[in-house]
Design a protein around this ligand. Sequence first.
Ligand code: 13P
Length: 253
Amino acid sequence: MRTAIMAANWKMHKTAAEAVAFAEAFLPLVAEAADVEIVVAAPFTALDRLGRALDGSAVALAAQNVNAEPQGAFTGEVAPGMLVELGCRYGIVGHSERRSLYGESDATVASKALALLAAGIRPILCVGETLEERESGRTLEVIGGSLAASLAGVPGERADELVIAYEPVWAIGTGKTATPQMAQEVHGFIRSQLAERFGDSAESMRIQYGGSVKPDNVAEIMAQPDIDGALVGGASLDPDNFSKIARFAQQES
Ligand code: 13P
């Protein structure tokens, strides 16, 4: 049985003070949330104060990016150890915005995932196809290739610390969501690829869906057998909305 993992990716939103205000409003709303792991990935500048605000709660702190090197002359970059000290338990790597806007390759993503694992931080590793790739019938080929290359060097015994996020690029911030069936097809494929790579560990690995997840579509997405969580952008910025998403299983009550 895989514990659902619902993660906020705030992207370049919220100052440190705004992040603390979010935590103060959000934590009471999810105090009763059961059988779900909740994660918030904030900008680097908000991690320290947000981490303090979340301390003692069940909500885990995450970074949105990391440099693969432990230290050095890399102006503007942040090393894994710096995130450990702030209490980060997860780190997003390979988000499509980093791949497309900042030129991150699968090899870069793999090195970042390995660096996080070495520091004891769990990577949330993102893959996804563009609209053009989907329309030309290459979705599974693209996802399979990107996944394999982004997992290069990950040792099998660490596999279950990884979270994979499937985020179709055409569904991010567009209001277009993959239908639950479309998402399940890719999630099932990802799990089969993970099984080839990691064997039985694939059954315990969590695969999140991301792309215009909202309170009103989360339940049908989460009902799919190979969808184990969500990575949420826009709808995670509001405490009320994100709490509804995090408590998807209790929505009826
Ligand atoms: P939206 O939820 O805003 O579509 O963003 C998805 C995403 O990119 C999360 O990482």
